[in-house]
Design a protein around this ligand. Structure first.
Ligand SMILES: Cc1ncc(COP(=O)(O)O)c(C=O)c1O
Length: 384
C-alpha cells in the first residue's frame, strides 16, 4: 500500500494512540468536576495546552481547543464578525481558501456583511498590494491561509502582515492547517497574526481536535454556548484523550521538521523528474520556494481526476482529486479555478501529498504504475 494522501488525513502515530488509550482508560474524569478525578483531568488538559503553547511559542491562555480545523476557521471568522460588528462590516479573504473559510464568509455575507475575495496569480498566491487596495475603514477581519491545501502554495503572510501593521484594529486570521511541520513556520506565523487555526488529524493525532490560537486581548464571541469551558468561549466537555494525544503528536511531528521536509522534497523531486516535460502532463505545484515540498498537484490532459484516483487505487496507491473534502461532493478545484486553469485541466487534477515516512522506493513504484496508465491514455488521446 502506498499512501500519498497525507493532506487529507494522517495515520495516528502508535505512541500517540497509546496516550489516547491510556487517558481513555485511566484519566476519564470530567476536567470540570471538583473532585480528585476531575482535578487530575484538569491538570492533564492544562499540561497539554502548555505543551502545545510552548511548541508554538505562544502563551498557554492563547490556545483554545475545538473539534476540528473547520470549527476553528468558523469560530475565528464568525466569532470575530459577531464581536466586532459595531466597528465595521467588511471582511477580506482570498479565492483559494478552504471551504471552511469561504463558506463562513459567505454565511456572513447573507447576514449583511460585505466581503472582498482577493484574486490570486498563476501560482495561487495573493498579491499584498491587492490587499492594501481592498482595506478600508469598515474592514474588521482579514483571513488568508498559510498554505493552500490543493496545490501547496505558501501565501506571503510576512508581506501581508507588513501591510496590516498600518491597520492595527483589523483582526488577522491565518488558516495554518496545512502549514504546520513544513519548516516554514516563520513565513506563515508572524507577530501580526491574531488568530490561527490548526487541525490535529493532519499531524498524526486522532480526529476530533482543532486548535485556535487567539492572541491575548483579541475580541471573539463564542459560537458554542453552554457550561463555559475554554474560558467561557467554547463550551462542551473537553475531548481529553484526543487533546493529550494531540500534544504528544505535535511534539513528535515537530521534532525534526527540517529533515522531514527534506525527505518529502526528495519524494516530490523523484516524481516530478519523471512527470516533467511529458506531453499532456500539467504540474501545478513545481519545486520552488513558493510551494511546500509535501504537495504535488498535476493533471493528465483528457482524463478526469477521479478516473486516475480509482485506477491508482486498484493498484493500492492512494491519492486525492484536489482536496479530499470536496472530492466526494463533485466540486471542481476552487484553487485551480481561481488560478484560471482551464476547466478540463482543473477537473483532471490529482493531489499527491507526502509524509516523511514516504520513501523513494514508493515514489519509484508510483512512477512505474503511473507510467503504464500514462502510456495507455497517451496513446488513446494521441498525446505527443
Ligand atoms: C487548509 C485547511 N483548512 C481547514 C481544513 C479543515 O480541517 P478539518 O478536517 O480538521 O475540519 C482543512 C482540511 O483539509 C484544510 O486543508
Amino acid at each position: 500500500m502506498i499512501y500519498f494522501d497525507n493532506s487529507a488525513t494522517t495515520a495516528v502515530y502508535p505512541a500517540v494512540l497509546e496516550t489516547y488509550d491510556k487517558v481513555t482508560k485511566d484519566i476519564w474524569g470530567n476536567p470540570s468536576s471538583l473532585h480528585k478525578m476531575g482535578d487530575r483531568s484538569h491538570q492533564l488538559l492544562e499540561a497539554s495546552r502548555k505543551q502545545i503553547a510552548s511548541l508554538l511559542n505562544v502563551k498557554p491562555h492563547e490556545i483554545f481547543f475545538t473539534s476540528s480545523g473547520s470549527e476553528s476557521d468558523n469560530w475565528a471568522i464568525k466569532g470575530t464578525a459577531l464581536a466586532k460588528k459595531e466597528f465595521g462590516n467588511h471582511i477580506i479573504t482570498s479565492s483559494v481558501e478552504h471551504a471552511a473559510v469561504l463558506n463562513s464568509v459567505r454565511a456572513l455575507e447573507d447576514l449583511g456583511f460585505r466581503v472582498t475575495v482577493l484574486p490570486v496569480n498563476k501560482n495561487g498566491q495573493v498579491n499584498p498590494d491587492d490587499l492594501k487596495a481592498a482595506l478600508d475603514k469598515e474592514t474588521i477581519l482579514v483571513s488568508i491561509m498559510g498554505v493552500n491545501n490543493e496545490i501547496g502554495t505558501i501565501q506571503p503572510i510576512k508581506e501581508i502582515s507588513k501591510v496590516l501593521e498600518d491597520y492595527p484594529n483589523v483582526t488577522f486570521h491565518v488558516d495554518n492547517v496545512q502549514a504546520l511541520g513544513k519548516d516554514i513556520w516563520d513565513e506563515v506565523f508572524t507577530d501580526r497574526v491574531d488568530l490561527m487555526s490548526l487541525s490535529a488529524h493532519k499531524f498524526h493525532a486522532p480526529r476530533g481536535v482543532g486548535i485556535l490560537y487567539k492572541k491575548e486581548g483579541k475580541m471573539i464571541k463564542p459560537l458554542i454556548d453552554g457550561g463555559g469551558q475554554e474560558k467561557g468561549l467554547r463550551s462542551s466537555t473537553e475531548n481529553l484523550p484526543a487533546i493529550a494525544a494531540t500534544a504528544k503528536a505535535m511534539r513528535l511531528y515537530l521534532s525534526d521538521e527540517k529533515k522531514n521536509a527534506e525527505k518529502e522534497l526528495a519524494v516530490k523531486k523523484k516524481i516530478i523528474s519523471y512527470l516533467d516535460g511529458k506531453p499532456g502532463i500539467h504540474i501545478f505545484s513545481p519545486i520552488n520556494d513558493k510551494f511546500i515540498p509535501s504537495i504535488l498537484c498535476f493533471s493528465l490532459e483528457g482524463i478526469r481526476g477521479e478516473t486516475l484516483v480509482h485506477t491508482l487505487e486498484s493498484k493500492d496507491i492512494y491519492v486525492s482529486t484536489t482536496s479530499a473534502c470536496s472530492s466526494r461532493s463533485g466540486v471542481e478545484s476552487g484553487t485551480l479555478n481561481a488560478m484560471k486553469v482551464e476547466d478540463d485541466l482543473a477537473t483532471g487534477a490529482i493531489r499527491l501529498s507526502f509524509d516523511p515516512s514516504n520513501t523513494i522506493e514508493e515514489a519509484e513504484q508510483f512512477i512505474s504504475v503511473f507510467d503504464k496508465i500514462y502510456k495507455h491514455f497517451a496513446e488513446i488521446n494521441h498525446l505527443k
